[in-house]
Design a protein around this ligand. Structure first.
Ligand code: NAD
Ligand code: 89V
Length: 348
């Protein structure tokens, strides 16, 4: 498949479960083209290469970075490989996208941010949940002052959807929901209410056949005075499964905002109550129940192309993601030690 002069040339590393969404989205983005693929598993590499008609294939990322002339790499592997791959890309001087969770320790995350900064290489974490159409609509409404200054919020994700059959590794880790899903919900809370001064949390494991926690309740004291509750669960059996919807409540000085089921955004003030439909738009390759997430993949990757072209830092840069990872770490410390924690106080 050829590229035009104005298209950025990218390579994708990690052709697993979620990478198909990246690849479909790249096909829909005019400004970039994936010219090479890498996966350590030859059979998977060839299967995905054939499906997306990408001929240049590598089982080793270092070889690919030596042989290809790339504008960026898109790392869609799981967390254990992230640091080595980001450092390889930085050493090759190639701009880098890295899937979430960026790192399993703050030390690794900080090292990757520093390495890319020193190499002068743009770095974005694929933290896509805040890029969902409904979450963007909530952010816009708050910024426009629809309910006045917020003072309280709740960002909630409760489900019993079977994520383990598509992503078996999620059942095996010592950490589960906060590191995998809570990270998105904490990032949404930061996106809506700003950075956080203190974190208090409890976690629980309800499903006995997984290793990590599958429920968490997190109280965030934001630096600007907003209090928010982030709660997430993969052990919640509802009359109607809402996966992967995030529900949001915000109380402000002049009214209330609610992101209700089915992406209905309700804004209530003394002037009345308005209901807006902020549902994601289906694309040719999206499928239920993943449409909102798949749409956010298209949006974050479009944002990356726009930022690379304009030479500006992405909203979900590596540097920005350190603040979200600090909340993940603070949640685990708070739940373990039964105390409130200042994000970043632990450097593990
Ligand atoms: P997966 O295990 O299905 O796929 C990972 C692939 O990477 C595998 O094919 C593996 O062979 C390959 N790989 C691993 N290390 C490699 C290396 N060093 N070099 C080359 N190839 C290598 O995983 P997945 O379910 O696709 O998840 C990948 C990442 O995406 C995870 O970090 C996960 O948390 C994230 N994810 C994000 C979202 C989202 O909405 N942002 C959704 C699902 C998964
Ligand atoms: O978005 C994610 O990171 C996924 C899922 C939504 C299934 O938890 O792992």
């Amino acid at each position: 498949m050829g590229t035009t002069q104005s298209q950025l040339k990218g390579a994708l590393i990690g052709c697993g479960f979620f990478s198909l969404n990246h690849l479909h989205a790249w096909q829909d983005i005019d400004g970039a083209r994936i010219v090479a693929l890498c996966d350590a598993n030859r059979a998977r590499l060839d299967e995905v290469g054939e499906r997306f008609r990408i001929e240049r294939r590598y089982t080793d990322a270092a070889t690919m970075l030596r042989e290809e002339r790339l504008d960026f790499v898109d790392i869609a592997t799981t967390v254990p490989s992230h640091r080595a791959l980001v450092e390889l890309a930085a050493a090759a001087g190639v701009a880098t996208i890295c899937q979430k969770p960026f790192a399993s320790t703050l030390a690794d995350a900080r090292a990757m941010v520093q390495t890319c900064r020193e190499a002068g290489v743009p770095l974005m974490v694929h933290e896509n949940f805040r890029w969902q159409s409904a979450i963007q609509a909530v952010g816009r409404a708050l910024r426009e002052g629809a309910i006045g200054q917020p003072f309280w919020g709740r960002v909630s994700f409760r489900s019993a959807y079977d994520v383990f059959s598509g992503q078996p590794y999620l059942a095996q880790g010592e950490r589960f929901i906060v590191e995998d899903l809570g990270i998105h919900i904490l990032d949404i809370a930061r996106f809506l209410f700003g950075d956080v001064a203190r974190v208090s949390a409890t976690t629980a494991r309800v499903n006995p056949s997984i290793r990590g926690e599958d429920a968490a309740t997190i109280l965030l004291a934001h630096a600007n005075g907003v209090s928010s509750v982030v709660d997430c669960s993969y052990a919640t059996q509802l009359p109607r499964e809402l996966f992967p919807q995030t529900l949001i409540e915000v109380d402000g000085a002049h009214g209330t905002l609610r992101l209700l089921a089915d992406y209905q955004l309700q804004i209530h003030t003394r002037a009345g109550t308005e209901l807006r439909d902020v549902a994601p738009r289906a694309l040719s390759w999206t499928s239920e129940p993943w449409v909102a997430i798949q749409g956010s993949v298209f949006s974050i990757q479009s944002h990356w192309v726009d930022c690379l072209r304009r030479g500006v830092e992405p909203a979900t840069s590596g540097r920005d993601n350190l603040r979200t990872l600090e909340l993940v770490e603070a949640t685990y410390v708070s739940a373990r030690e039964g105390r409130s924690v200042v994000p970043g106080e632990t450097a593990s």
